[in-house]
Design a protein around this ligand. Structure first.
Ligand code: SF4
Length: 530
């Protein structure tokens, strides 16, 4: 027996086939528009609110139509004939107008209810923002169109590839899925339409105080230590949680975060990512399988872009803040060579060469007075263990960056472990590390340079023992504050031409990788700052 299709998906299909696909793939949108729609439905979704002659949240099914669904409200007249009333939130500035998707939705609800043996005498849409009820009389043509739309939806869902985004179509401007669909970004050209930023009011919560405990109570995350409350934060404003070092999380908090399809990333106090938790019901299971195949076969085109953008951004940072014009020129050459690199081995060679030249002159980007008074030294990158305060600070900020790209990768359903530049065989979050590359210089390096140059961190914030330099709690907090300022600050996107936060830019890059994998994106392009 063919699987029954949710009527809501058929309505999405009527609006745009790609939206039906995204919904079926489990893409959660978090825009203001969806929030308003959810609020408008809340009373109608509660069957306990039913009264005599008016039933709420009535489930319907029709094997003949091949659909299941739920009526918001069903009203009975004195002859027990039923009228379906659907609740819709439409901005007040727009007219309370019954659209084709709404008409198809009520036609299917009415058809299913009739198939279940109930007499249906009418349909209506109640526009919650306008407090206006509009009757929707149905014609045989409406019913036939609704049936055809069920067949179209089945074809969309059975396809191996996502439908392409609409091109320059007005529907996208009022689509709740624009922030995950990215119809304007796909061609990798400047975007003229105003972009809805995904959930701009939310924040990533960093838990840093050693020995503290975080838990959820009455819709807020609270952090306390030894009986003293350190802070409290509304959970609906949390975009993700990053735990630094020895901080205890209650299972109730972890469950609540995962229930909201958010992720938790655990790091050591020096910034190394040790693990993460993601919701079981992530989106894009199908493309995730394609990602594994692509990762095994290799995608040198993606790897080239990650490295070329990384080197380009190193060159830009050094040109802006350093004093090494010859190195900058060579970095520009290496950037171009990366794009033509025939193999991963060559690419690693280019990346290593660029890193050596860039870090050789890293100290020139710090104020000479700061270098002198703080006694800063930096001869080369020493990953772990860090040998000096600058390396310790860089390690810590690269960890913050990895936590962010991890979140971006997980949010669009990809597997952090299956990468294209970094080896997936080493049990590292290879794809998250791939994405980190282009953001290292403009975010992490920039935060470290600013923090030292502005005196936000000092050498006394670090300790060295047996050749290993560690950052202390005050230094960690200062770097987290600088990092958050940076990733929540906006910049002019070099490809799309609009202002966007760095954190949102990471999400967009992860979604472009997803598009390349699922075949809806012609190619990937790294962000190269100018
Ligand atoms: S943004 Fe446009 S192309 Fe994408 S799902 Fe919405 S209407 Fe369709």
């Amino acid at each position: 027996m063919p699987e029954l299709i949710p009527i809501s998906l058929v309505a999405h299909q009527a609006f745009c086939p790609r939206r039906a696909w995204l919904e079926a793939m489990g893409e959660k949108t978090d825009t203001h528009q969806v929030e308003i729609g959810t609020q408008a439905h809340t009373p109608a979704d509660d069957p306990t609110g039913s009264r005599a002659r008016r039933y709420r949240a009535v489930d319907v099914i029709s094997h003949d139509l091949g659909v299941t669904g739920r009526c918001d409200t069903v009203e009975l007249d004195e002859n027990a004939a039923m009228t379906i009333v659907e609740h819709k939130a439409t901005p007040v500035r727009r007219r309370p107008e019954v659209t084709d998707p709404m008409r198809i939705q009520v036609a299917l609800l009415a058809g299913a209810l009739a198939d279940m043996g109930y007499p249906v005498s009418g349909q209506a849409i109640y526009f919650t923002n306008h407090h206006t009820r509009v009757d929707v009389p149905l014609t045989p043509a409406d019913r036939a169109l609704a049936r055809d739309m069920v067949a179209d939806t089945a074809r969309t869902l059975a396809a191996e590839q996502a439908p392409p985004p609409l091109e320059d179509d007005r529907r996208c401007s009022r689509c709740s899925h624009i922030s995950v669909c990215l119809p304007d970004e796909r061609p990798l050209t400047p975007v003229t339409r105003r972009i809805i930023v995904a959930d701009p009011d939310t924040q990533v919560l960093h838990l840093t105080t050693p020995g503290s405990r975080a838990y959820v109570t009455r819709g807020r995350i609270e952090v306390s230590k030894s009986g003293e409350k350190l802070g409290t934060f509304p959970i609906e404003r949390v975009q993700g949680v990053v735990v630094h070092g020895n901080v205890d999380l209650s299972s109730g908090l972890i469950r609540e975060v995962l229930w909201r399809s958010l992720s938790v990333v655990w790091c050591t106090s020096s910034g190394r990512v040790t693990g993460w938790a993601r919701a079981a019901q992530g989106p894009n299971g199908g493309p995730r399988l394609l990602q594994h195949v692509a990762s095994q076969h290799g995608r040198i085109d993606l790897a080239r872009q990650f490295v070329a953008a990384k080197v380009a951004n190193q060159a830009t940072l050094l040109r802006r803040h350093g004093d090494a014009p010859t190195a900058v020129t060579r970095l520009r050459e290496l950037q171009r060579e990366a794009l033509d690199s025939p193999s991963l081995t060559d690419l690693f060679g280019i990346e290593g060469d660029a890193a050596a030249r860039y870090f050789e002159h890293f100290l020139t980007m710090l104020r000479p007075k700061v270098v002198a008074t703080e006694g800063l030294t930096f001869s080369t990158r020493t990953r772990r263990p860090a040998r000096d305060p600058i390396n310790a600070a860089l390690n810590f900020c690269y960890g913050l960056l990895t936590a962010d790209t991890l979140r971006a990768v997980v949010a669009c359903g990809l597997d952090p472990h299956a990468g294209f530049l970094h080896s997936s065989g080493r049990n590292k979050p290879a794809l998250a590390l791939d994405l980190v590359e282009e953001f290292r210089a403009p975010i992490a390096d920039s935060v470290v340079l600013n923090a030292f140059n502005n005196g936000e961190i000092r050498t006394r914030d670090f300790s060295t023992a047996l050749g290993t330099t560690r950052i202390g709690e005050r230094g960690r907090k200062a770097l987290i504050a600088g990092y958050e300022r940076r990733v929540t600050g906006t910049f002019r996107h070099p490809i799309f031409g609009y202002d966007v936060t760095w954190r949102r830019a990471m999400e967009i890059q992860a979604r472009l990788v997803l598009g390349v994998i699922d075949g809806t994106q012609p190619r990937y392009q790294g962000i190269k700052t100018r």
